[in-house]
Design a protein around this ligand. Structure first.
Ligand code: ADP
Length: 142
């Protein structure tokens, strides 16, 4: 059993939780804590920032926070100790930082979206496996 698990999800891709959420729930057993993280991606190009109006980032984080709260409400059973988190930045870096900061025991991550079926691991999942200090459980879709 793992006492606390980080489940990173892409809210626009149901494949990022359809099988990893049940896996995480199973690994937590009854008394654990589930941290769900969604990252508003920053593509690492400062030029992109200049296209957006000031305050865009705050607004985006707030809107995504509302979506994530709704996701928790409809996907996680009542009574589970679940904590939603929204951050902004490079996806894999944010996942790794959150795992350290939240001091989780394990990260449960889906391997990739179905569109990338030729790859066994998507770019973010691969980097998390390579760089995270915690155990990483990669859930492969069918
Ligand atoms: P793909 O490019 O096929 O989506 P990724 O490696 O980006 O492959 O995605 C694998 C997993 O990484 C997702 O299932 C999810 O767990 C995590 N992930 C991807 N994007 C995000 C995001 N924006 N926020 C949080 N987690 C994410």
């Amino acid at each position: 059993m793992y006492k606390s698990i980080l489940l990173p999800i892409d809210l626009s891709a149901p494949a990022s939780w359809s099988q990893s959420l049940p896996a995480a729930r199973h690994m937590m057993g009854e008394g654990g804590t589930l941290h769900v993280l969604t990252v508003v991606p920053d593509f690492g190009m400062s030029v992109v920032g200049s296209f957006f109006e000031k305050g865009f980032e705050k607004k985006a984080l707030r809107q995504v926070g509302e979506k994530l709260a709704a996701w928790v409400g409809s996907n996680v059973e009542e009574g589970i100790d679940v904590h939603p988190h929204v951050t902004h930045g490079r996806v894999y870096e944010q996942i790794i930082n959150a795992a350290d900061k939240l001091n989780v025991d394990a990260i449960v991550i889906a391997a990739h979206t179905p569109e990338l079926a030729d790859y066994l691991l998507g770019p973010n999942a691969a980097r998390v496996v390579r760089h995270a200090k915690q155990s990483v459980f990669v859930v492969r879709g069918s």
